[in-house]
Ligand binder design. Sequence first.
Ligand code: VG1
Ligand code: CO
Length: 557
Amino acid sequence: MVNIQTVATQPFEGQKPGTSGLRKRVKIFQQKNYTENFIQSILEAIPEADGGAKGATLVIGGDGRYYSDEVLQVIVKCSVAQGVSKLIVGRNGIVSTPAASNIIRKRKATGGILLTASHNPGGPDNDFGIKYNCSNGGPAPESVTNKIYEVSKTIKELKLADVPKVDFSKIGTQQVGDMTIEIIDGVADYVDLMKEIFDFDAIKSFFAKNKDFKMLFDGMNGVTGPYGYRLFVEEFGLPESSVMRCTPQPDFGGGHPDPNLTYAHDLVEAVNSQGIDFGAASDGDGDRNMIIGKNAFVTPSDSVAIIAHYAKDAIPYFKKHGVNGLARSMPTSQAVDLVAKKLGLEHFEVPTGWKFFGNLMDAGRCSICGEESFGTGSDHIREKDGLWAVLAWLSILAHVNKDKTMGVQDILQEHYKIYGRNFFSRYDYEEVDGQRADDMVKRLSHQIEKNELAGKKIGDFTIDKADDFEYLDPIDGSVSKHQGIRIIFTDGSRIIIRLSGTGSQGATVRLYVEKYSNDAAEYPKDAQVGLKPLIDVALELSELEKFTGRKEPTVIT
Ligand code: VG1
Ligand code: CO
């Protein structure tokens, strides 16, 4: 018989899941009962429709970041106490976010808990994160995350099982009280899934025929290292030099595991100096991706459009299931909308965060979707999927190189010739004063309410309409308000300003600009040059410098 202790506790402020789970400094999670409170709140908030915590099967994964070992033990104690039947856990708690989504679906689990703060740095002085996914394998929708928050605000008593420490380092099954713990290799199922989706032989023969074609994958010391190694080195037979930073580390080697031009600088450098044809990187928990080539950077907004364009011809999964609609998050450029129109498909614009794609996918109305924040994916699972995107690009390269020689830059230019180019850039201002950032956004929403922006002329641009983005989910009718200030100009250009929901310190302001061109002379242009006038307009309209005191952004993408 396992003894269940009842321990008095008090609510902690701010246990509100953001864009993707609860992310805070490790030190915050280390406070007595902080993590216990949040895990119990999750278990109590598991939706009735999924069967609740009692008798549940939960998949536990994560990126292996600092403090994961301690939190795994907390999950065991809370789960036994709440009558959970089974935990399926990756060895040492390591399973990438997309792989965990797959396991939840494949094993028909109740849900899953992911221990990750994604692309945020790890280590004792950095971030930890906890996220809940539902039985469809996707991030909990707002109805569930709101419930978690509500429980966390009134929690008074913890129920913790008095059980010995569990060893998560060995594959196999063990029993803790009435609960079974199955420890699995988190890579195997995922590789099998990728084999069902893509034509591995076509990719292998592309590499075999093009011996000079070099690729480099950067695992950024995050969770995708072992996955990338298995795929690129073991499956495709590429040399070891085709992968870098492929051993997961609790602090990501001190780096910022975010695959963009700033933080994946080592990869960019290597691609440039070694004349590599195809470079790719993924983030800490494996759901993001960056694709680069020789003198080429593929914006994530272009990437989802290009994948959608080639999907049915280059990827067996879509040949078989068809493409039933496309979607993007609101700030993502409209490039994918153009593909949808041409292919005669439905397309959707949802708020930032992958949780908003889930309903559309479950209803069979969205096959491929993406976010400008290096997120690309499809309805094979319910999370964005970094390595899936890399394999999609390799499939496209294999496909287009059947009858001509094309690199990444050629694929981009070919796409622009058909659809025109949506120039896009995002400016991030990290760790600015929260109150001032709020004030800046409030000022704009106030102007919108009073209808002061529409018709206004600034430089060469005239504002057509402005709103604070609101989303009506066409499947369940739920409404999500205040999802970002959106200013649309008469020429279709857009400026979007919103505050990040994943930061752990101060506020992060995100400013997004998009400008469409169908003038072929402009296609090869550097995006920053083409977008400069629009960025100036954005800074003027928002009075960003006045509010944040920042002259320059922290990161430009
Ligand atoms: C950011 C991105 C968003 C993404 C989210 C989670 O959110 O903008 O597009 O879905 O991170 O990504 P925010 O609220 O900070 O802008 V991650 O790879 O969990 O995984
Ligand atoms: Co991530």
